[in-house]
Design a protein around this ligand. Structure first.
Ligand SMILES: [Zn+2]
Ligand SMILES: [Zn+2]
Length: 208
């Protein structure tokens, strides 16, 4: 949905709620990265911020988007009319929504999950146990703040930590294993990503 359409629906809401003069005071911003809360309204600045991903996503119908826009507009209208006595999702706001012909039941917080459109990035990691080099999706690598993902290959016998060849997570561990990382970089540059047999033999001798 384009900004011009959003402004039209804001105008519709203001006209319908009999505060047509408010529409001109409202500004709209599309913000990238808003995926949990799809929109918000700041009444002090008469500003409506909408999720860029949601508004641009074809999986959501235009009626859902209209509902979100009117929902946020009604927050501003509610404050404009009732000032300090305004409520946020209470009876006053609900009445305005109904006036605009919309159901006031819906809350957008956490209801819709949008996959970020960004191309999945990968990160090259080396296992500190078997020295296998592999690619992980970035979000898998950073999934846990306080731990590294584990290598669970080789029938689950190697469960050592996977550390990225380039990165900053766990600086101390990186320092201690700098030689392993440097070796892995050399191997990765010539496409040698297999687990290192001698290393596996020493550390996981029961496998051989
Ligand atoms: Zn709301
Ligand atoms: Zn391993």
């Amino acid at each position: 949905m384009l900004e011009s359409e959003v402004l039209e629906w804001i105008k519709f809401a203001c006209d319908t709620c009999e505060v047509p003069e408010l529409a001109k005071k409202i500004t709209v911003k599309f913000r990238a990265g808003m995926v949990r809360t799809l929109g918000n309204a700041r009444y002090r600045r008469n500003l409506i911020t909408l999720s860029k991903e949601y508004m641009g996503h074809n999986d959501f119908s235009s009626s859902e988007k209209i509902e979100l826009v009117v929902h946020e507009a009604c927050h501003l209208i509610c404050h404009y009319i009732y000032k300090d006595n305004a409520d946020s999702h209470g009876p006053k706001w609900k009445r305005l929504m109904v006036k605009c012909g919309l159901s006031p039941d819906r809350c957008y917080k956490g209801n819709v999950r949008i996959e970020r459109k960004s191309v999945t990035k990968t990160i090259t990691v080396v296992c500190l146990g078997c020295l296998e080099i592999k690619e992980l999706k970035t979000n898998e690598y950073y999934e846990y703040k306080n731990s590294l993902p584990l290598c669970t290959d080789h029938g689950g016998d190697c469960t050592e930590e996977l550390i990225s060849l380039n990165g900053r997570k766990f600086p101390q561990l990186r320092k201690e294993n700098q030689h392993v990382i440097n070796e892995a970089k050399k191997r990765a540059s010539v496409g040698d990503t297999k687990p290192q047999r001698h290393y596996v033999e020493v550390n996981y001798s029961d496998l051989y």
